[in-house]
Design a binder for this molecule. Structure first.
Ligand SMILES: Cc1cc2nc3c(=O)[nH]c(=O)nc-3n(C[C@H](O)[C@H](O)[C@H](O)COP(=O)(O)OP(=O)(O)OC[C@H]3O[C@@H](n4cnc5c(N)ncnc54)[C@H](O)[C@@H]3O)c2cc1C
Length: 372
């Protein structure tokens, strides 16, 4: 059997590792566009960006994995069980699409983006005293960069068209706490206003504000990296459309940020690894059910935000205080049923609720147990 994996990020690499863990003796090719060996992306907006830590490569060696790792090779097309790459053609029995996502850009792409190790290294010099950074987009990456930049004493302007950071995903109550966190660390918040004109060192906002900065970071979210699949047999709709086990077609699978499983595309590190294990099991012929409670985290200043469950900005939210340090825990529900939680440095309390979230327990019972 021959398995070709496209995209040498966490999802692609974990598929290869999980196949070997299951004893697969398939011939495996892992194709990656970047020249670096697979590395971890979360530190790119945190320790690596601040210069506190070296990049974290995901493996020390590849020999024991028995994989044909082809770096600096780009997949360009897919047709009739043949993958086209900048290196030629590759037949396969199973193809796993793990090409991740690419940042959305402002018109003319005047600023920096943050997706790769090279991006992080290019942005790092602007996180310094006396430098001013304009961050467009107050999502997870924008907020993390703002926090990292403040810790290096750079001035930060955080701009978002919505009137609170992360409003759509986390709802107004938690979003307000995140806005307050950034304001308390001296971030200049420009919320509820878009960018009218942007150049490399100037942002003109739609409310008339003009910001002169040393660098602009475009952090307005990502789009799935599917451009190369335009004429392929897979269905594209905000990512590669898959069933609930990652199957996108006959012998074709997708995992990670690029993949939309049962109508949902997740852009989180843990989901990428969990999906990889499920797809490796399916390729190995196991009967699989992908039944996980989604998890994500984000480090901002001294706060570790942790989210568990599939919450929506429209859910009901009650914030309770948990543990001896009275840490905030936001409890999300829909129609009286628990959908998930978001903790502010409340990891133990978050994780304890996993079973309740999986069962969509009555939220009144959960709140009574938390506060009783
Ligand atoms: C700065 C940053 C911080 C983050 N922090 C967190 C965090 O704190 N918590 C959290 O839960 N998640 C975080 N994430 C999200 C998490 O890192 C992603 O969900 C995860 O990396 C997705 O893995 P992936 O393998 O699907 O995609 P990627 O990691 O993007 O890997 C895809 C790979 O495919 C390659 N590729 C693309 N197109 C082609 C092609 N045509 N041919 C060959 N190769 C190709 C790309 O170059 C890339 O190397 C962060 C992401 C970023 C960028």
């Amino acid at each position: 059997m021959k398995v070709v994996v496209v995209g040498a990020g966490i999802a692609g690499l974990r598929v290869v590792e999980a196949l070997r863990d299951k004893g697969s003796d398939a011939s495996i090719v892992l194709v990656g566009e970047e020249l670096h060996e697979p590395y971890d992306r979360p530190p790119l907006s945190k320790h690596v960006l601040r210069g506190d830590r070296e990049p974290m490569f995901l493996r020390e060696e590849y020999d024991s994995l028995g994989v044909d790792l082809r770096l600096g090779v780009t997949a360009t097309g897919l047709a009739d069980h043949v993958l086209h790459t900048t290196q030629g053609e590759e037949g396969f029995d199973h193809l796993v699409i793990a090409t991740g996502a690419t940042p959305r850009r402002l018109p003319g792409a005047p600023g920096f983006v943050l997706r790769t190790l090279d991006d992080s290294r290019a942005l790092a010099p602007y996180l310094a005293p006396g430098r001013a950074l304009g961050v467009v987009g107050a999502g997870l990456i924008g907020c993390e960069v703002a926090a990292s930049a403040r810790s290096k004493e750079a001035e930060v302007h955080l701009v978002d068209v919505l009137d609170r950071p992360l409003l759509r995903v986390l709802g107004p109550v938690v979003a307000q706490r995140i806005a307050d966190l950034h304001a308390s660390h001296g971030v200049h918040l420009h919320l509820g206003t878009g960018v009218a004109v942007a150049t490399a060192q100037r942002l003109e906002l739609s409310d008339g504000t003009v910001l002169e900065v040393d660098a602009v970071l475009e952090a307005m979210g990502v789009v799935p990296a599917t451009a190369w699949l335009g004429d392929s047999p897979v269905t594209l709709d905000d990512g590669v459309v898959c069933d609930g086990t990652g199957r996108a077609g006959d012998g074709i699978w997708a995992v990670g940020d690029v993949a939309r499983w049962n109508g949902v595309r997740r852009e989180h590190w843990t989901s990428a690894g969990e999906q990889a294990v499920t797809v490796a099991a399916a390729i190995s012929g196991e009967a699989v059910v992908h039944d996980v409670v989604p998890y994500w985290w984000s480090d901002q200043y001294d706060v570790k935000l942790q989210g568990l469950g599939a919450v929506s900005g429209d859910d009901e939210v009650v914030v309770v205080e948990v543990g001896p340090r009275t840490r905030p825990l936001a409890v999300y529900s829909r129609e009286g049923r628990l959908t998930g939680v978001v903790g502010f440095s409340a990891g133990a309390a978050v994780m304890k609720l996993k079973a309740d979230i999986a069962q969509n327990a009555p939220v009144a019972d959960v709140l009574a147990a938390l506060t009783g």
